[in-house]
Design a protein around this ligand. Structure first.
Ligand SMILES: C[S@@+](CC[C@H](N)C(=O)[O-])C[C@H]1O[C@@H](n2cnc3c(N)ncnc32)[C@H](O)[C@@H]1O
Length: 245
């Protein structure tokens, strides 16, 4: 039994979340790819957050629902134009169910690693599969683990260096458990902000096995949302799993 609290992340970072993700740039390639894969939808987003991807999907006329552990993140989504119309259930997306079946379930921006252990991640894949219509897709966006970036189990990384904001990330690695504690450090004229998180990381092949356990087949693996082929040098992946017809 785990003491994992799916509301913890949002409680710590919600009010700084949109600012801290601005460096990611345009969501257009992701939204275009997702709209194509959804084949009309509807879409269910696990960890819908403040609607970074969900709101542009709705603007494209796709029906979107969400599950999120954080009332604070979802309050910010609901305050945005179009946000109040998106049905969101508060709960742990590893196990929480919503009504209906979906053409696409989305788990973006490394959020699969927010789950605390392998059991929770396997449960999450099964929960995604249970929400899919036949032929529906589960799309997972995640980074590729890079233990070589650590010295003595620690790393400091420059995330972005803008004129108005610099972001660093410190991380501690616990390889036996495939676990990391990270703190994003935002430096701006108004001060310093610490955004802590934990990751139970997994290599793409382990995620493929979780998909198989859930009865899903891998359809695509890209290095980015534009569909660049995934290869040895890829640092991130978009993996598309499909429920057989
Ligand atoms: C990194 S944010 C991503 C938000 C959004 N998908 C995006 O791409 O900007 C992760 C979101 O997942 C939620 N979350 C993390 N673990 C969760 C869990 N086990 N169950 C439900 N929500 C969770 C957090 O509250 C947060 O809103």
């Amino acid at each position: 039994m785990t003491s994992f609290d799916p509301s913890a992340y949002g409680r710590r970072v919600a009010d700084g979340y949109d600012d801290s993700t601005r460096w990611l740039g345009s969501v257009e390639p992701a939204v275009a790819a997702l709209a194509g894969l959804a084949a009309g939808g509807p879409v269910l987003e696990f960890g819908i957050g403040t609607g970074r991807l969900a709101l542009p999907l709705v603007e494209r006329g796709i029906e979107v629902a969400g599950i999120d552990g954080s009332a604070e993140m979802v309050d910010l989504l609901r305050a945005k134009p179009g946000g109040a119309g998106i049905p969101v259930r508060i709960g742990d997306f590893a196990r929480t169910r919503v009504e209906g079946t979906f053409g696409l379930v989305l788990l973006a921006f490394n959020t699969v690693f927010a789950l605390p252990d392998q059991d929770a991640q396997v449960a999450c894949f099964r929960n995604a599969a249970a929400h899919l219509a036949p032929g529906g897709r589960f799309v997972v966006e995640a980074w590729v683990p890079d233990p070589g970036a650590f010295r003595g189990g620690r790393s400091v990384q420059l995330v972005t260096a803008g004129e108005d904001e610099v972001q660093l990330q410190t991380a501690e690695l616990f390889p036996a458990e495939q676990f990391m504690r990270v703190v994003k450090i935002q430096l701006t004229d108004s001060g310093v902000r610490l955004l802590p998180a934990t990751h139970r990381y997994a290599w793409p092949a382990e995620l493929d096995l979780m998909a198989r356990l859930a009865g899903l087949e891998r359809e695509h693996r890209w290095a980015d949302w534009s569909g660049t082929p995934f290869g040895d040098a890829s640092t991130d992946h978009i993996s598309v799993y499909r429920r057989p017809d």
